[in-house]
Design a protein around this ligand. Sequence first.
Ligand SMILES: [Zn+2]
Ligand SMILES: [Zn+2]
Length: 391
Amino acid sequence: MFEGLNFNAVLRVAQIIDFRVYLLEVYSRICPKCGRGDRPFIGFLCDLCYVSEFGVAEIPRSIDFTYCRVCGSYKHQGLWVDGVGGVSETLSEYLLIVLSQKIKPTRYIDEAWVRDISVGAVEEPGVHHVKVTISGKSGGVEVGEVKTVRVKVSTTVCPSCSKRATKTGYNAVVQVRPAIGPLDSAFKAELWSILEDLGARARSSIISVDEVKEGVDILVDDQNVARIIASKLKAKWGGVVSASFKTTGSKPGGGRKGVLALSVKVLNVRAGTLVSYMGSPHIYVGPTSRGVLLVDLGRGSTVEARLEDLAKSRVLNAGDYVGYNILVYRFTADLGGSLYFIDESRGSKVEVEKSRVKLYAGSLKVGGYYLVYQLGDQLYVLGEARVEQGR
Ligand SMILES: [Zn+2]
Ligand SMILES: [Zn+2]
């Protein structure tokens, strides 16, 4: 009974409103609220009255913002996202994302968007009031309004930073091990630049990079990132990757849980480097499918060595072998497919076809002194020779 009555009452009110709107539409464009007749209309009010009455759009009045005080990343929908620049810039980006997702145009607005966010300086946790400029469109009429959002800023240490601090939570370790001698500083610098060049997501998975006695250990959260790092190292220097898996338990859904160890034996020497191998000096030429190619300085022959056998090798100073089998040549000209040198010890001219020169010294400078080694009809130019003035 009463429900029927209520329905009729509602219907009657709706009919009256509809009739009033009809009258306004047909007989005038005078705003029924402010009485102006020179404004565009949105619904049954002028644009100004519409915005003051209903607003352009609804956005959340209050938002929580949690960021990591160590790395500046912030929490969004349960995930940690890399920050941009300082805290204020990051908060501004975060608000743009969240508010654009949650913005709801009011009844007669077709679309609404966040035009501007004015964060101001965020120096410490607490409550910040942020001005948000909203724009909207209704037919051809564009309207705007400024709203204030209350942002509760809190800081914490994100999971990757806390793992990094305690070095726990890693699921993989990339063990970078030199094939010959220790890793020098140039090599370590190249290693850093490889890690820097990984994408932000992969980089954030690295928990720590530690120099250990045998080389460098890279602790990684994600095992796939560890595989990527190992393959990048191998692509850069050559060498072998061996994997082992240490089970530490089982996953809730079945399957093994544990630490993946990827040992990367890298060829940390460049072509032309003089190394000791089996107790005698050899020139390192390059990697082969089974190991590396070396030139035996004493016997004047090439040998293929396995990486494991290089473990006891070390890098030698080629200058110490001058006169033994290494000569010093002065480069004089590059003419007609040949290179011309002067053999300093004999004072004789040497002409070598370009195709028979293996150049490890970068580009040759006329007048420069170079350490060279002759094997059969091949001339190995090993590097620049340090020659005293007046020689
Ligand atoms: Zn009005
Ligand atoms: Zn962090």
